[in-house]
Ligand binder design. Structure first.
Ligand SMILES: Cc1cc2nc3c(=O)[nH]c(=O)nc-3n(C[C@H](O)[C@H](O)[C@H](O)COP(=O)(O)O)c2cc1C
Length: 211
């Protein structure tokens, strides 16, 4: 972790459905006092998904973080996905944790097989080789055998596979409730537990049995 004890986080966004999940993660990271800096990398397909699902066109890439947040970004720095020579492409540059949210089957395949031909895949490869936390928020349905085998390969190499699967035990009323709970669970994976996260504390019946 950085000297300040604040985290440096990389967020990769790829062309799987769920741009709203990336947006929520970036909003929470930007607001989080425990986070010093966020390196954001968005694949070409990821930019397309921001446009398709949230109406956020890429335009000048440098402006994308503020368009995602709806206000100027203080901590989020966007890096071009083609720049495989960026800081986060080297293990000598310390990043505490990385999320790929959402993670397409294409990028999952690249990461699981060490094909580091763009910055998202290379930065993820570096996280694995350096033994740092990497969370892959994979999304597709149904999964074919290649997807499942790639998930297993990535998990065996050290990644956390966190499929975009919503929970319902907190009685969500809105899409934002579903999205927030999922993203909070993702952030909790790398020691950024959120106050907004619902924590299951047992049913009244099981509590009685415990007494
Ligand atoms: C609207 C839209 C939705 C998509 N949803 C998914 C998805 O949920 N999961 C997936 O693996 N690919 C999905 N794709 C396909 C990927 O975007 C495509 O395979 C792309 O090459 C992935 O590239 P990337 O990993 O570099 O972002 C979608 C594409 C579009 C245009």
């Amino acid at each position: 972790m950085a000297d300040t004890q604040k985290q440096i986080v990389t967020v990769g966004v790829t062309g799987a459905s769920g741009a709203i999940l990336a947006q929520k993660a970036l909003v929470l990271l930007e607001e989080d006092a425990r986070v010093a800096r966020v390196h954001l990398v968005v694949t070409e397909a990821g930019q397309r998904l921001f446009a398709e699902e949230l109406g956020l066109s890429a335009g000048d890439l440098k402006q994308l973080p503020s368009r995602i947040l709806g206000h100027p970004a203080a901590k989020i720095e966007i890096l071009p996905n083609k720049d495989v020579g960026a800081s986060i492409a080297s293990g000598s540059y310390v990043v505490d944790s990385m999320i790929v949210i959402p993670c397409s089957m294409g990028t999952l395949g690249a990461i699981a097989n060490g094909i580091s031909d763009d910055l998202v895949a290379r930065a993820a490869d570096v996280m694995l080789k350096e033994g740092r936390k990497l969370v892959l928020c994979v999304r597709d349905t149904p999964f074919n055998r290649v997807h499942l085998e790639n998930m297993l390969r990535a998990q065996q190499a050290g990644a956390v596979i966190m499929p975009v699967v919503p929970a319902f035990y907190h009685h969500p009323k809105t899409i934002d409730d579903l999205v927030t709970q999922y993203v909070c669970r993702v952030l909790a994976q790398f020691d950024l537990p959120q106050e907004k996260m619902y924590r299951w504390a047992g049913t009244p019946a099981s509590k009685k049995a415990e007494a």
